[in-house]
Design a protein around this ligand. Structure first.
Ligand code: GDD
Ligand code: MN
Length: 376
């Protein structure tokens, strides 16, 4: 009976049934012009492997996802995870890694800047059980950042140094986005991954309960031919927020740290506006009004831009959001004054009473605004 189900192309199917060895995860945003050249290069570099390519595209306006689907119709090694309304290199890589059944996962930029000819060496190191993670590195002997301007070089070195010091990670190139990793190693890191920003390797290594065995394979970072880099000033902030999350993040939520940092800047804005108003001849009370109103609007803007960038309010919602933030802050101010007064009456130092008010007010503002202004 069963025999009848066996189809004539069985021989060909059997070939496909050899186990999948490797998945190449390719995060993309506007990389349409690079898709075909990259797949051609991968086909040559990985000729000895049974591999598949998972593109993770954040709904690129240039139609990268459509193009990958079109290729995938003819080439079953090629798939796309198409994400709508989301952005982020690290989270894209994580989702791509979780969308394949391959035992070894490689990550390659979609812009041809990583040298795919380094991949076989990286994968082999994992197959031979010499390493859990193999990293394509620009800084080890034989590697290079290619044609980078001085400023970018300096910035990258500074960020590298900070990451190595804070997270105690002995990698020559922790900023690299070019790697291969054993699935079990990834799975051990998954529960603690932050998924913020650009630095997925750093995130994975810092999330592992035990240090992985690492092999570094040098390569030369190529310059971009098509499309443009997505690296911008936000990347630096996302990097800092990853470092916070990976260091004190276990004890204090990163969002709270960001909210408090913004609040600190708000104090500076408050004093500047108050001083200016007084210099212009305003009464103290009027100056305070102007200072409070400006500082709250300023805090709203920065929190909307950074602290809650994943729930960022846009257009008209910014106006209603600002109003709700004024309300929340007004209640916070009342709590601040009330608690301060109460502690002061218990015969404590004036500065201690003042601090108590500030802490309660700040925690209230943080908690209430996360539920009201930036509710999910
Ligand atoms: N899905 C998705 N979502 N992909 C993204 C996003 C995003 O928000 N932002 C960038 N990408 C994709 C790009 O399309 C590209 O394929 C890859 O991620 C790298 O982005 P680039 O904009 O080219 O960044 P880069 O050249 O400055 O830096 C990259 O290379 C460095 C050297 O290895 C990054 O991968 C760094 O992490 C890496 O250190
Ligand atoms: Mn690039």
């Amino acid at each position: 009976m069963l025999m009848q189900l066996v189809r004539p192309e069985e021989a060909e199917l059997a070939d496909l049934a050899t186990p999948l060895q490797l998945a190449v995860i390719i995060p993309t945003f506007n990389e349409a012009a690079n898709v075909v050249p990259l797949l051609d290069k991968l086909s040559i570099a990985l000729a000895d492997y049974h591999w598949e390519a998972i593109f993770v595209d954040d709904n690129s306006p240039d139609g990268t996802a459509d193009l990958v689907r079109e290729i995938g119709q003819k080439d079953i090694r090629v798939r796309v995870v198409h994400r709508i309304g989301r952005r982020g290199l690290s989270s894209a890589v994580i989702e791509g890694m979780l969308a394949t059944s391959a035992p070894i996962l490689a990550v390659v930029d979609g812009d041809l800047q990583h040298d795919e000819m380094a991949l076989p060496k990286m994968v082999a190191a994992i197959e031979r059980d010499e390493a859990d993670i193999a990293i394509g590195t620009r800084y080890a002997k034989g590697g290079s950042v290619g044609e980078w301007d001085k400023l970018r070089h300096r910035a990258s070195q500074g960020a590298t140094w900070l990451g190595q010091k804070l997270l105690r990670i002995p990698l020559s190139d922790p900023m690299s986005g070019f790697m291969a990793i054993r699935r079990e190693t990834l799975m051990a890191a998954v529960p603690r991954l932050s998924g913020v920003g650009f630095k997925i390797l750093l995130d994975i290594v810092a999330s592992l309960p035990t240090p992985p065995r690492i092999t570094e394979v040098p390569y030369v970072f190529r310059s971009r031919l098509n499309g443009e880099s997505k690296a911008d000033s936000m990347i630096a902030l996302e990097y800092i927020s990853l470092l916070i999350d990976k260091t004190i993040g276990r004890f204090v939520p990163t969002r709270l740290v960001s909210f408090l940092a913004v609040g600190g800047l708000g104090v500076a804005v408050h004093l500047t506006v108050l001083g200016t108003a007084l210099a212009l001849g305003a009464t103290f009370l009027n100056g305070q009004f102007a200072a409070v109103a400006t500082a709250i609007a300023f805090n709203f803007y920065l929190n909307n831009r950074f602290t809650y960038r994943d729930r960022r309010l846009k257009g008209w919602k910014m106006l209603t959001g600002l109003l709700s933030f004024y309300l929340v802050s007004a209640v916070g101010a009342v709590a601040n004054i009330g608690i301060g007064n109460w502690v002061h009456q218990m015969d404590s130092q004036w500065w201690l009473a003042g601090m108590a008010g500030v802490v309660v007010g700040a925690v209230w503002n943080f908690a209430a605004s996360s539920f009201v202004t930036w509710r999910k």
